[in-house]
Design a protein around this ligand. Structure first.
Ligand SMILES: Nc1ncnc2c1ncn2[C@@H]1O[C@H](COP(=O)(O)OP(=O)(O)OP(=O)(O)O)[C@@H](O)[C@H]1O
Length: 495
């Protein structure tokens, strides 16, 4: 029986013994525990589904835990299909790795290369729930690592050999979709358990504006295991029955509060959740840094059967909604002086990289034929900034390719000044950003939280990041309301 090796296990310095946990195992499911002979304690347990030989297997390897794979292979020899075994070894390596404070999915060098050394708090709390098969609402600060948590679940469930879409991640924006796709593909490529001669785990990005015809034939001929989609493009595929929900094992709705709040999306979202609720063996995950009235939300989910009744709310840091590494400031100035104030701030702060959030253009201003405020500020900075950071623009009016090019520019530049509307406020992960400027105040506290959360995105770093709002004197009470709601403090800056 061919079984891929598990190099990420090699470095774990424990020998182990596998034993049935209970003598009365069934032929279809069997649990084994893994003991450390160093500490003489159970270090993990593993359930093997499929038809397993009912002989009590007790095995001790004095070698390294790489033998775990071969031990399990012997245990299951001839009885468990290879892909089931591979998945179980993969799942075991994850659980084992996480329990011991490291990433089971990647070996040490690979984990270090991508910057994952130890799990973040939300990953520690959410993964046991996710691996237990329960539905989950992952509610934790911006930049806390929610994406990796749900992707690890997905990779423990999907079977690359099966020719069907098994996991679906729904995102509110193309930018977030592109980013999640990148992480999902990186994990598939890095993990030897997922990418083998038996076929790698394919990931499709179905983001509105992409080449839908190509996607249609891809979905028909060789369905990917994982699809990451915006609701609009997903609905097109579902309506035409090119994509079906019945093979789905995991559905993730990222930025779930935003999706439920969007008048354009909410009815399609509810339709999707209702259709998915009738599928057997399904798991549903919702994620966001902000879930207003979360008790009511959970109640509705259960009532509407969008989740199972035992859904778990993993709420990390509820008394501190914003990351503690953020330092909040404000400058009061006249509306007409905002450009020069911003320039002054950029010169005195010398950010490594920054995002400047600008409000959306009003209908009245559009009708009057004015340039959008983002473009106006971008043009001003082009002529006046003179610093070494690359100027990049990101706004709704740009087409898909222009928006994708802007994101590529950001990632390739040595440092950037991104002028953006709120399309860059949700989920976008640009860890090099050290400063956020609210050139216009956000609509509400939730938007403040997500804009501010575009910085401070290096989980174990203790460096401070700055969020500065440029306000008129009469806007001070609005900012004060955000402070009260989000429990943070803002200092005034004087020039
Ligand atoms: N365990 C980890 N160790 C180090 N870095 C990590 C770890 N987990 C995630 N990261 C990194 O942390 C950053 C933020 O992660 P992610 O985008 O998943 O945050 P999030 O919780 O989804 O944030 P948001 O709510 O803003 O969408 C990413 O750059 C990611 O690579």
């Amino acid at each position: 029986m061919a079984c891929s090796s598990a190099p990420h296990l090699r470095s774990i310095p424990w020998t182990y013994t596998t034993r049935p946990l209970s003598p009365s195992f069934t032929r279809s499911e069997r649990k084994v525990s893994l003991f450390s002979d160093r500490t003489n304690r159970t270090v993990g347990s593993l359930s093997i589904s499929g038809s397993v030989s009912p002989t009590c297997v007790e095995q001790s390897d004095a070698g390294t835990t790489n033998n775990t794979s071969s031990g399990l292979r012997e245990l299951c020899q001839g009885h468990v299909p290879d892909h089931v075994l591979r998945r179980q070894v993969f799942r075991f390596s994850l659980e084992f790795g996480w329990r011991n404070g490291s990433f089971g999915i990647l070996d040490n060098a690979e984990a270090e290369e991508v910057g994952y050394i130890v799990p973040t708090n939300v990953q520690r709390e959410a993964l046991p729930v996710l691996f237990s098969g329960r539905d989950c609402v992952i509610h934790a600060q911006t930049g806390s690592g929610k994406t990796l948590a749900y992707l690890l679940l997905i990779y423990s469930v999907v079977n690359a050999q099966r020719s069907s879409v098994q996991a679906l991640i729904v995102v509110p924006t193309r930018e977030l979709g592109m980013q999640v796709t990148k992480v999902a593909r990186m994990l598939a490529a890095k993990s030897p358990e997922l990418d083998s001669e038996q076929g790698s785990c394919t990931v499709m990005a179905l983001l509105y504006g992409g080449t839908l015809r190509r996607h249609k034939s891809w979905l028909k001929v060789e369905p990917p295991a994982i699809v990451i989609a915006t609701l609009r493009s997903l609905c097109q595929m579902l309506d035409k029955q090119i994509l079906k929900l019945d093979t789905m094992r995991v559905l993730v709705i990222d930025e779930v509060d935003f999706m439920f709040n969007s008048s354009k999306e909410v009815s399609s979202l509810k339709k999707l959740l209702t259709a998915y609720s009738s599928i057997n063996n399904r798991q549903t995950v919702f994620a966001s840094a902000s879930i207003p009235q979360h008790r009511r939300f959970l109640y509705d989910c259960i009532q509407q059967k969008w989740t199972k009744a035992d859904v778990v709310h993993v709420h990390v840091n509820p008394v501190q909604p914003l990351p503690s590494c953020l330092y909040h400031r404000f400058v009061v100035c006249d509306k007409r002086e905002r450009n020069s104030t911003l320039l002054h701030l950029l010169q005195s702060d010398t950010p490594q990289s920054a995002i400047i959030f600008v409000g959306e253009q009003s209908e009245k201003s559009k009708k009057a034929g004015n340039a959008p405020p983002t473009t106006a500020l971008f043009e001003f900075l082009k002529t006046s900034y003179g610093g070494c950071l690359e100027l990049v623009l990101l706004e709704e009016d740009m087409n898909f390719n222009q928006r994708a090019a802007s994101l590529t520019d950001l990632k390739q530049s040595g440092g950037y000044l991104l002028v953006a509307t709120d399309i860059a406020a949700r989920g976008v992960d640009l860890p090099e950003t050290t400063h956020i400027y609210n050139f216009d105040l956000p609509r509400d506290a939730i938007n403040y939280l997500h804009r501010a959360g575009r910085t401070g995105r290096k989980p174990f770093s203790d460096s401070k990041c700055f969020v500065t709002s440029i306000i008129a004197a009469e806007e001070r009470f609005v900012l004060q309301r955000f402070e009260n709601e989000l429990l943070f403090h803002c200092d005034e800056l004087f020039f």
